[in-house]
Unconditional design. Structure first.
Lengths: 268, 641
């Protein structure tokens, strides 16, 4: 069931802290992502973005704090349980099933959540179901046709049987995105999906993210491509040394002196 | 109290040897990232060499020590490093296979040089009075010597690793060899040093343990004594030397106290349930050490070195392949002599064990060193249910071994790679030392050290004759391989490959990693159990020696050579294992070990690599034939291939 994009906080992070020995990777981080929006998360290297993604997806247990998915506490849930509740992610360093083809990668995602005995799955497998655009919130990819349609949607049409270990990085990132979308997530965490993409691929990615948000999905986007961020995000949060130092619209973030000092300033 | 003190002295002495051996393991692992499964075999070869020089050839002890510890061990260390060099950055599984191969080579070489399982007298390190009495406690020179040596090793390692430039570099090399190289150190030289120290410490431990083992040296005991060292090293998480030392002393004391207590006060229990406590208890310690390891957190691994899985055969292709296996078996039952027919029958059974490993190790990336143990459980069930002969027995065999497989997998779902391999090794060793040898209660009806299992019959068809049995085994192999390939083509197969490539990605798309691991262990162990049941029917009886750890190792390494992701590889591996076991003699270990070292670096093995190349070659030579896209990387098209 898609969330109400206007009123629903799809993902909430409350007072989350993580320490690695004496290093404070995340220090009492609190923010939220609304359904139906693309939210950016930026910060210099080592700011704690990937650690935060690991906490959100369940790969890292926080020392303190809570994570809520659509108002439901998921802090102690295992990664696969979070995915089944509608939280998907991609990785900064590609985490593909390298021995499989692009389509098989997506299929593993779809099959993990699609219940084969469900009437809608049976109808679609028999080719009689109402065509749905797979990958949107609550619409996982059903069967081979669903997987093919999803690959088409991310711009990889016809690459169903292409082994992923031979794909260029940009396309491999899109396979990872398609695999995440295959579960029909309510919340999508993307860790630098634009790296390795050329300008036109990046533009297609931006359009897709806006489209997904339009369908009600909450997208949290870690990205270094500032043009992409400024174009698609309605809100951006900034992490520095594990602390959330700013949050606001792209314009506000661009004008924020603390952000310029910590991140944008050093990049210019 | 006096008794307690006496046992304490003995326990500390034994623990001190374990400490020396375990610290060698830790130094090698922490500098090279390779866990040396051949550590015990190195200790054994060194102890045998020392004995050869001092006892057989009468060399002075000091000279023998110089030769073994100062020359032979360092040379062996350098040779091992040369072998391991190309493994740098390879997966844990690959480096594991190579050290297991080395273990077989050393065992085979010792067999060849010193002959079979024969025991030898150790060389005496000392002369004169053999014991002193302190407060009524006997302290032998051997005990005193090992304590002094262990303390010396501890002090030397502490100083060397913390205070010297090379030592600090050794601690840094595994974290980031490139960074170390930029700082001016040579990672290869550091790794060589790690291997030399590891091998020398194994040699010292081997020479020291011999007099404590009751004055006898036996290859198996010496090779497996290192299980104690494994336990200590695992307590120290393979990195922490002080914890490893303390744990080693604890293991030595625990083994001595519990073993002697049980033998003295519970002789009935010991006799019936723990035939040799000194062999059973260390394995229990290793199991405990592995069980209390903290959960291995799922983490992103990035792009591991993977290779494309050969294209999986379709249902039609696998049916044709299965039929070809049955046809060839029929031919073999006519054309071959009795001796070779027996080997082919055993080969088909090992082939089913190898198939179970294709599923578990080839597809899912989970290493198991106890697959033949599961087969033994199957044979046990088969024998206990109506003494074989009945198909109910086959069902019981598959069911019980699948259950045991899942039980073994339950704690191991927390573990990966090396620790999983160690756990399954411990399970196999435990079954060898406790389950299969327990003829009083477990493994035998009539206390005759073997369990009788009759041949099967179905709908009036008897498989009493060897030809019928051969066909039955071929059909069983064909059905098992059709099942494995069908699983691979479906949802479950994709999940297994996903599990092998990236457990973290599996979990984040909603896949229950633990349930998937349990399922694959269960199915795989069930298949191995089927093989065990058939092994029993084929042979007519099973005994303690039929399901030993070394046979698991044999089948696994043979599968790696021929192709761990291929059902045809499983067939050839099974047949070759049977040929080696029956005909290879002392050389079988050496042949297999060398095979792994030479061919083991091909990720898809001989068949998985050679078959596509052959297809390519044939395609190039056929003029005017357009290459079919699906022909790329086809293998498994028929088992006959």
């Amino acid at each position: 069931m898609p969330l109400d994009p206007i009123t629903h906080m799809a993902l909430e992070v409350r007072e989350v802290s993580v320490h690695f020995g004496g290093v404070r990777a995340l220090d009492s981080v609190t923010f939220g992502v609304m359904g139906g929006t693309v939210t950016g998360l930026i910060g210099p290297n080592g700011a704690g973005k990937t650690t935060l993604f690991n906490v959100l997806s369940g790969l890292q247990t926080p020392d303190q704090g809570r994570v809520l998915l659509a108002g439901r506490e998921i802090t102690r849930k295992k990664p696969h349980q979070r995915a089944q509740l509608g939280l998907a992610r991609t990785f900064q360093r590609l985490e593909l099933f390298w021995s499989l083809s692009a389509g098989e990668n997506v299929r593993v995602g779809a099959e993990a959540v699609v219940q084969w005995w469900h009437p809608s799955h049976i109808r679609q497998t028999l080719g009689r179901g109402t065509p749905v655009r797979p990958g949107g919130p609550g619409t996982p990819a059903h069967g081979s046709a669903g997987v093919a349609a999803l690959l088409e949607r991310v711009g990889l049409g016809g690459l169903d049987w292409e082994p992923v270990d031979g794909l260029p990085t940009g396309q491999a990132r899109l396979v990872e995105l398609a695999r995440a979308l295959a579960i029909g997530p309510q919340v999508l965490l993307l860790d630098e999906p634009g790296s390795g993409l050329d300008d036109s691929e990046s533009a297609v990615l931006g359009d897709l993210l806006v489209e997904l948000a339009g369908e009600g999905m909450a997208v949290l986007l870690v990205e270094h491509d500032m043009d992409l961020l400024m174009r698609v995000c309605s809100q951006i949060f900034v992490l520095d040394y594990g602390q959330l130092i700013a949050g606001g619209t792209p314009e506000e973030i661009r004008a924020n002196p603390a952000v310029q000092a910590a991140y944008l300033g050093s990049a210019q | 109290m006096h008794e307690f003190l006496q046992f304490t002295v003995i326990g500390i002495a034994i623990g001190a040897v374990y400490a020396v051996a375990a610290s060698g393991l830790v130094v090698t692992y922490s500098t090279t990232g390779v866990f040396n499964f051949a550590h015990g075999a190195v200790a054994m070869v060194s102890a045998f060499s020392f004995s050869e020089m001092t006892v057989t050839h009468g060399l002075p002890v000091w000279l023998a020590l110089v030769v073994v510890i100062g020359v032979e061990a360092p040379i062996l260390g350098v040779l091992v490093q040369l072998l391991m060099r190309r493994l740098f950055g390879a997966s844990v599984e690959r480096s594991l296979m190579v050290t297991l191969g080395l273990l077989l080579i050393l065992l085979g070489a010792a067999d060849e040089i010193w002959g079979g399982q024969s025991s030898r007298q150790p060389g005496q390190l000392y002369s004169g009075a053999t014991s002193y009495s302190v407060l009524g406690v006997h302290l032998t020179v051997a005990n005193l010597l090992v304590m002094i040596v262990a303390a010396g090793v501890a002090i030397f390692l502490g100083f060397f690793l913390k205070r010297t430039r090379t030592g600090v570099a050794m601690r840094a090399v595994v974290d980031d060899p490139d960074l170390l190289a930029m700082a001016g150190a040579s990672p290869a030289r550091i790794a060589t040093m790690g291997w030399i120290i590891g091998v020398v410490l194994a040699a010292v431990a081997g020479i020291l343990i011999a007099p404590l083992q009751g004055g006898n040296l036996s290859q198996t005991t010496l090779t497996l004594f290192v299980v104690n060292a494994y336990a200590a090293a695992v307590f120290g998480r393979l990195r922490n030397l002080p914890v490893t030392f303390v744990a080693a002393l604890g293991v030595g004391l625990g083994e001595t106290y519990i073993g002697n207590y049980l033998q003295q006060y519970e002789p009935g229990f010991t006799q019936n349930w723990l035939s040799v406590p000194s062999q059973t208890l260390p394995i229990v310690f290793l199991l405990i050490a592995l069980l209390i390891l903290p959960q291995d957190r799922l983490r992103a691994v990035g792009r591991a070195v993977t290779t494309r899985i050969p294209k999986v055969a379709s249902l039609g292709q696998s049916l044709v392949g299965g039929a070809a296996v049955v046809a060839l078996a029929l031919l073999a039952s006519v054309a071959l002599g009795t001796d070779w027919q027996g080997i082919v029958r055993q080969g088909l059974i090992f082939g089913i064990v190898a198939l179970s490993l294709v599923l578990l190790t080839g597809y899912a990336g989970q290493v198991s060193l106890c697959q033949v143990t599961f087969a033994g459980v199957g044979a046990f069930a088969m024998g206990k249910v109506t003494g074989g002969g009945s198909w109910l027995g086959v069902l019981a065999a598959v069911g019980l071994s699948a259950g045991v497989g899942m039980l073994v997998a339950w704690p191991t779902t927390r573990l990966r790679g090396l620790y999983l391999a160690l756990f399954t090794l411990a399970v196999a060793a435990f079954a060898d030392a406790w389950f299969f040898t327990n003829t009083n209660y477990l493994f035998d009806y009539n206390h005759s050290s073997s369990l009788l299992i009759k041949r099967l019959g179905l709908f009036g068809i008897s498989f009493e004759g060897n030809r019928a049995e051969m066909i039955l085994l071929a059909v069983a192999f064909a059905l098992a391989s059709i099942l494995v390939l069908a699983l691979r083509r479906g949802v479950f197969g994709r999940r297994l490959v996903g599990l092998s490539d990236s457990p973290a990605a599996c979990a984040t798309v909603g896949l229950n990693v633990k349930a998937t691991k349990l399922a694959v262990f269960g199915i795989s162990a069930g298949l191995a159990g089927l093989a065990g049941a058939l092994y029993g029917t084929n042979q007519g009886f099973v005994g303690a020696l039929d399901f030993q750890f070394l046979i698991s190792l044999n089948v696994l390494l043979m599968l790696v050579i021929w192709g761990a992701r291929s059902t045809s590889g499983a067939l050839v591996a099974g047949l070759c294992s049977a040929v080696l076991l029956q005909k290879g003699g002392n050389l079988s270990g050496i042949i297999l070990g060398v095979g792994v070292l030479v061919i083991g670096w091909l990720p898809n093995g001989i068949i998985g690599t050679g078959w596509p190349m052959l297809r390519e070659l044939v395609r190039d030579r056929s003029p005017g034939e357009a290459p079919a896209p699906e022909a790329e990387l086809v293998e498994d098209a028929g088992h006959a291939a």
